[in-house]
Design a protein around this ligand. Sequence first.
Ligand SMILES: [Zn+2]
Length: 69
Amino acid sequence: MIADLVGTPPNASGTLNKSGDLIITGERFKFRVDLKNPGNDAPHMHLEEMINGKWRDAVRDTHRIYPQQ
Ligand SMILES: [Zn+2]
């Protein structure tokens, strides 16, 4: 579950980006969805981890996570 990784309030907070897609930011993980505005790609999500002060892909070499069909 995303909540297990990212956390729940008050340790995590949710917001919407310009397109109305959800971003949940926790202390160590950030979960972003690009469903409404995925650019030139299929709808996808990102799971990022704070490492050495920068948000990086939590799963190495997995920048985009696609929902299972
Ligand atoms: Zn994206």
